[in-house]
Design a binder for this molecule. Structure first.
Ligand SMILES: Cc1cc2nc3c(=O)[nH]c(=O)nc-3n(C[C@H](O)[C@H](O)[C@H](O)COP(=O)(O)O)c2cc1C
Length: 164
């Protein structure tokens, strides 16, 4: 872990909603302290080991976290087991109608790592349920982006102040 607490935001997005959520949280957190934004396919165990806290952001697809985010956990889980216990984390999920399945899975993996959840997991519903809406690029409401910014700011401030 680096001396200055760094928030690592690991994200995956197919049509832009989760990406916008991750960027909103990152911008707000960056006002408080160092932030790294990494796509789930780029994040390696060493990146997680260096960071002080984690924000996991992805869509729900087929009642699960997206495959790219799962692949990231599959790649990092055992190399980090026992090495990041007690570190803080939070989850943001973009969903067309539900999101709970993805949240449950990520929280369960984080429990396996013995991470500490520092906020209620946040679900942004894009109401995409037809094939056309699901394929379309997503534009989030300002209120939803504000929720992501609020979580990012709280996480960044907590890390900077040594509260987490
Ligand atoms: C293959 C596929 C499966 C999906 N399954 C679900 C689902 O199980 N539950 C849900 O709430 N939304 C589901 N959705 C909708 C997405 O979660 C929604 O469009 C979300 O905004 C996508 O986020 P993104 O823009 O970051 O990719 C699915 C979308 C796709 C492409």
């Amino acid at each position: 872990m680096t001396d200055t607490p760094t928030l690592l935001i690991v994200w995956h997005s197919r049509t832009g909603a989760s990406e916008a959520m991750a960027q909103a949280a990152a911008a707000a957190a960056a006002e408080e302290g160092p932030v790294r934004l990494l796509r789930a396919d780029e994040a390696q165990p060493a990146d997680l080991l260096e960071a002080s806290g984690y924000l996991f952001v992805c869509p729900e697809n087929l009642a699960s976290m997206t495959g790219a985010m799962k692949e990231c956990f599959d790649r990092c889980y055992y190399p980090l087991l026992g090495q990041i216990e007690g570190r803080p984390y939070a989850v943001m999920v973009a969903a067309g109608s539900d999101g709970e399945g993805a949240v449950r899975q990520i929280e369960r993996i984080a429990t396996g790592w013995r991470l500490r959840r520092i906020a209620e997991s946040l679900i942004v519903c894009t109401h995409a349920q037809t094939p056309e809406d699901i394929a379309a690029p997503k534009h989030l409401h300002e209120a939803d982006l504000a929720r992501c910014r609020e979580l990012g700011a709280m996480f960044g401030a907590g890390l900077a102040m040594g509260v987490f």
